[in-house]
Design a protein around this ligand. Structure first.
Ligand SMILES: [Zn+2]
Length: 167
């Protein structure tokens, strides 16, 4: 039995305990969150969110990539979200590699250098500021007056806001 098999069984129990219901497609809090794929951050629990309330976009590092901008553009232009919350975190895996080192590792293992940027970082606050700036500078994302960034402490579970002085 694989891990996935056990999760499929978990879902059966989960669904059996719930009444069917249909929520609106548009998130009710009109919020999109961009964060890391880290397994220690339960976004809905940590922020007191429920089903149907916010979009959650995740990748390694919570990086503002072209694909995240694509999702934010759809989230705001088609699905009604207005605020963007960016959450990086302590002890991130992206602080434990370097762009050049991982790029070389991929090239040596496969014979092909990746077309994508690795986007490792050392200073988490600086990376949050860069992420805020990337969202604020994208015309594809129409609502940029509320774009706020945070660092989540994976040990204490607390959020700390990181601000930028200017665009
Ligand atoms: Zn991370």
């Amino acid at each position: 039995m694989t891990v996935i098999d056990s999760l499929v069984e978990n879902n059966r129990v989960y669904a059996d305990a719930l009444e069917p219901r249909h929520l609106p497609l548009e998130p009710s809090r009109r919020l999109a969150i961009v964060t890391c794929m880290d397994s220690r951050l339960d976004v809905f629990a940590a922020l007191g969110l429920g089903d149907g309330e916010a979009h959650v976009l995740r990748n390694a590092g919570g990086v503002i990539t072209d694909d995240v901008i694509r999702s934010l553009a759809i989230s705001q232009r088609r699905l009604g979200t207005r605020e963007v919350m960016l959450i990086h975190h302590t002890d991130c895996g992206m602080q434990k590699l370097t762009d050049d080192g991982f790029r070389t590792e991929l090239r040596e293992a496969t014979g092909v250098a990746p077309a994508f940027a690795i986007e490792s970082f050392t200073d988490v606050d600086a990376d949050v500021r860069q992420s805020i700036r990337r969202v604020r500078r994208s015309d594809f994302v129409p609502h940029r007056d509320v774009v706020r960034g945070f660092v989540y402490d994976v040990d204490t579970h607390r959020l700390r806001e990181v601000t930028v002085d200017q665009l």
